[in-house]
Design a protein around this ligand. Structure first.
Ligand SMILES: Cc1cc2nc3c(=O)[nH]c(=O)nc-3n(C[C@H](O)[C@H](O)[C@H](O)COP(=O)(O)OP(=O)(O)OC[C@H]3O[C@@H](n4cnc5c(N)ncnc54)[C@H](O)[C@@H]3O)c2cc1C
Length: 333
């Protein structure tokens, strides 16, 4: 008997498409993983009038897209979406299901895993395959103090939610071809226990650090909370966001949302400016996708300096102040 093709599914969370790129990031990672186990990358899309997203997912690497398109699915319903996913998975038996760790994914994925009687690793910050072809799911545990590497040897599918920004999306290719499997809405779905009365789109949020093209990141070498505030001025002038190391956040020089590292934000800026940061592995794990790094440190041998494209041996605060002065001068002239 011919062996069945294995598949890796990525759940299509297309709400806020332009801000929330996690589905595209997962399709990219799924494509790498699929090569290792000779599997097919599939996307799953539920909703109404969703062909635009089907095309997007094919352009970003999906070889097959399962689509259920029906007016009842126009807005997200936990009852209906979970029931649909359960049936689809029981019918097609995917090897792996990946879901973005958005507020939506965090509600949806655990319910699906319970229905399928399988495990789920939540909030992963890494995915790989081991020699046995099992998905190695890396996730912070015990309050972020350890990174656990988790496998699901006995149950299928292997399921994970993954933090936005962990992987980089691949550029779209609108020439790419993919199979579209249209799955009709089953007649005997459960009744939706929640009735949507109205909905309103939130005003666009400020830029998130995970999506920022420029990130100005500061560490303990900035010296004080007052000096650290200079980084916010620099980031504002550059149209970027501020990131921070753990000691900085613990000292309350920066908000917790600014924390960059293995267990927290993974950033992928075009330019990262790093001030007074030693470059501990727990921090650099969050910046591996930065395109170009400029680091300032008093110590030329700091790990951060070795990792940088441009390393400036100097006082971090003095360089930051000089950058601000020069940029303001150029803006004025
Ligand atoms: C389980 C665990 C998880 C962790 N997770 C994270 C995480 O997610 N993110 C994270 O950031 N950290 C994390 N950490 C902490 C991490 O190990 C480091 O301690 C931390 O990243 C160091 O921060 P830092 O570079 O700001 O400080 P330091 O290591 O103290 O480095 C300060 C740097 O500033 C330089 N410096 C000093 N004065 C100046 C000056 N005037 N001008 C220029 N340079 C100067 C020094 O040479 C030094 O290189 C974690 C640790 C553990 C144990």
């Amino acid at each position: 008997m011919a062996e069945k093709t294995r598949s890796i599914w990525v759940f299509g969370d297309y709400r806020n498409y332009f801000q929330n790129r996690v589905t595209l990031q997962l399709l990219s990672r799924a494509t790498d993983l699929a090569q290792k186990i000779d599997a097919e990358v599939c996307a799953v899309v539920f909703g109404h009038e969703v062909d635009e997203w089907v095309g997007e997912y094919i352009a970003h690497g999906a070889k097959k897209v399962f689509v259920t398109d029906h007016p009842m699915l126009k807005s997200y319903s936990t009852d209906l979406y979970v029931a649909l996913m359960e049936r689809l998975a029981l019918t097609y038996d995917p090897e792996i299901i990946l879901v973005g760790a958005t507020s939506f994914g965090r509600e949806f994925a655990p319910r699906v895993s319970k229905r399928l009687k399988t495990g789920l690793t939540a909030d992963c910050v890494g995915l790989d395959m081991n020699e046995e072809g099992l998905l190695v799911q890396t996730a912070p545990a015990f309050g972020g103090n350890v990174l656990a590497r988790i496998v699901t040897p006995g149950r299928r599918p292997q399921m994970a939610t993954v933090r936005p920004g962990t992987f980089q999306e691949i550029p779209h290719n609108y020439e790419a071809a993919g199979e579209i499997v249209r799955v009709p809405l089953p007649a005997n779905l459960p009744r939706d226990r929640v009735r949507l009365i109205s909905s309103e789109r939130q005003p666009p949020r400020e830029q998130k650090i995970e999506d920022a093209a420029v990130v100005v990141c500061g560490g303990r070498g900035m010296g004080s909370r007052k000096k650290f505030r200079n980084l916010y001025d620099l980031a504002r002038i550059l149209g970027g966001e501020v990131g921070a190391t753990r000691p900085v956040v613990y000292s309350k020089w920066a908000e917790e949302e600014a924390l960059v590292g293995q267990a927290d934000k993974h950033i992928q800026p075009k330019v990262l400016l790093s001030f007074g940061i030693s470059g501990a592995i727990q921090h650099t794990a969050g910046i591996t996708n930065a395109d170009f790094i400029i680091a300032v440190n008093k110590n030329p041998n700091a790990a951060m300096m070795k990792m940088a494209d441009v390393a400036i041996v100097a006082d971090a605060n003095q360089v930051c102040t000089a950058f601000i002065r020069e940029l303001k001068r150029r803006i004025r002239s």
